[in-house]
Design a protein around this ligand. Structure first.
Ligand SMILES: [Ca+2]
Length: 505
């Protein structure tokens, strides 16, 4: 295109133009350079996933629901092709540091008493050492490197609030003679910063030496392994000035793109906004999505109100992101809450994958992993007949996995689903949920319809503006949908969901 000018002059002009364009773009972009709005995040408790190295299985007891089960970084790395095939683009792995040596007595619903070990990674005894059950720093780097080859980023879970119940930190003092850990449990309702969450010893993160140790150790590990970001545990229990320093440090030492996802318990678009306004992090969890969908698909609440909630999620500050899940290690698994109703579960999975934000799949959810309440919400990844421990022989639902694959593919194909705006099509008298997503930049548009009832429902809603005339297609079933004369009309089977686009899309 520049053949009619001197190539060097043309290039110089192009360079000048691109610098100006880049500057203009940078100005137009939000404060954060890291954009994870198109990622599909997969959360793994590494010990529960795949055992790739039996030499590190010290103390493994697979019959203990709270024990070590032998999964490790090598095993996870070996399954990256399967995760790529599913369509995930980022992994969230639990904290990797050395766990307290001894387990804790515990009692769980339906499992009685058991010994609870630090297999989940949140009971750290030494922030400067890897836990050998998970593997070495080299193993973590190998996961990151192999993931990168497959377009999968790694997000490392970090704890900056508390130590394990037992660790050498209890004896540690600053040069001024002050203890690193607070004594007493405090009251998290009164003061979340100084309380002991779950009775775990609280670090005095206001002390510079403590701060340096925690931030420095996590940054050093991240740098050695090359992880793309942190998922930050128990965020609201550490003060904002700590997080501002943490943000500055991670950017300076790990790069401007280093991504931060905060676990602010109870987070919503509204309650996270202060963090985003201060640019402490890039993202936070939406704690309403799971419960909202569970309630709605089970017939609680009006459909129009649920649709309005989905619209309210678009109130998130521009350039920042909410991560939304159906299950986690800290909450009962959705499929269990729905009484094993896979049709209703599929509706929520489809709504998750067609909503704004970063969807998080809790390992095994995509194959209908069993387990409901803690500790069974942290049970083994089901592998069916595949020769992978610890979940070898545990049944899995391959049709559910295929459904997830389709949902993820649609999400990637349609910018309307990742970044489009939201129009609620449901009217107050309607039983079924219908909404439109439209990406103004590309013109891409999608209509999502869901019927939570045990009966079939006839849908007749106004097509969104700019919706082309016939034909339209339901991308989940492949069926043609009647979208003539500005109306979308279809019969919805009991407990069903459709993701509809113009056939030309
Ligand atoms: Ca192992």
């Amino acid at each position: 295109m520049l053949h009619w000018v001197d190539p060097n002059r043309g290039y110089a002009a192009f360079r000048r133009w691109s610098l100006v364009a880049a500057a203009a773009l940078a100005f137009a972009l939000p404060a954060t350079a890291s954009d994870w709005s198109r990622e599909v995040l997969y959360f793994v408790l590494v010990d529960r996933f795949a055992d790739g190295d039996s030499t590190n299985n010290r103390g493994v007891d697979r019959r203990n629901p709270g024990g070590w089960h032998g999964g490790d970084l090598k095993g996870l790395t070996q399954q990256l092709d399967a995760l790529k095939d599913l369509g995930v683009t980022a992994l969230w792995i639990n904290p990797m540091q050395l766990q307290q040596a001894r387990g804790m007595p515990a009692q769980g619903a339906g499992v009685g008493s058991f010994t609870h070990e630090g297999f989940h990674g949140y009971w750290i005894a030494d922030f400067e050492a890897m836990d050998p059950h998970f593997g070495s720093v080299a193993d973590l780097k190998a996961l990151v490197d192999e993931g990168r080859k497959r377009g999968i980023k790694v997000l490392l879970d970090v704890v900056l609030n508390h130590a394990g119940y037992t660790s050498s930190y209890s004896a540690r003092k600053t040069s001024g003679g002050e203890s690193w850990l607070r004594v007493g449990e405090g009251n998290c309702e009164v003061d979340p910063i100084t309380c002991a969450v779950g009775g775990l010893p609280d670090f005095k993160t206001e002390l510079p030496e403590v701060r340096e140790h925690l931030i420095g150790a996590n940054i050093a590990l991240a740098r050695k392994a090359g992880v793309a970001g942190f998922r930050i545990d128990t965020y609201k229990h550490v003060a904002s000035d700590f997080w501002l320093e943490h943000r500055k440090r991670t950017r300076a030492e790990l790069g401007d793109d280093f991504f931060l996802l905060a676990e602010v318990w109870g987070g919503t678009a509204q309650s996270l906004d202060g963090l985003f306004a201060r640019d402490e992090v890039d993202s936070g969890f939406d704690f309403s999505f799971k419960g909202g969908c569970e309630a709605w698909v089970q017939g609680r609440g009006r459909t129009v109100a649920y649709g309005a909630y989905l619209r309210s999620r678009h109130g998130v500050r521009r350039g920042y992101l909410m991560a939304h899940y159906l299950s986690t290690h800290d909450e009962p698994m959705m499929l269990g809450t729905l009484g094993g109703d896979r049709a209703r579960f599929r509706i929520c999975a489809a709504l998750q994958m067609s909503s704004l934000g970063m969807p998080v799949i809790y390992y095994g959810e995509e194959v209908a992993r069993g387990g409901h309440e803690w500790p069974m919400n942290r049970n083994d990844m089901p592998w069916g007949e595949r020769d992978i421990l610890p979940g070898k022989g545990v049944a899995r639902d391959e049709a559910m996995r295929d459904f997830y694959k389709t949902l993820i593919r649609l999400r990637k194909q349609h910018p309307a689903l990742t970044q489009g705006d939201y129009t609620l099509l449901t009217q107050p008298q309607d039983a079924a949920l219908a909404f439109a997503r439209r990406d103004a930049a590309s013109g891409d548009q999608v209509v999502v319809v869901a019927n939570r009832d045990d009966q079939a429902v006839a849908i007749d809603v106004a097509a969104p503006p700019n919706w082309p005339a016939q034909p339209a297609l339901d991308r989940l079933s492949g069926e043609t949908v009647n979208a003539a004369a500005g109306r979308i009309k279809l019969e919805m089977a009991p407990k069903s969901v459709r993701i509809i686009t113009p056939a030309s899309n």
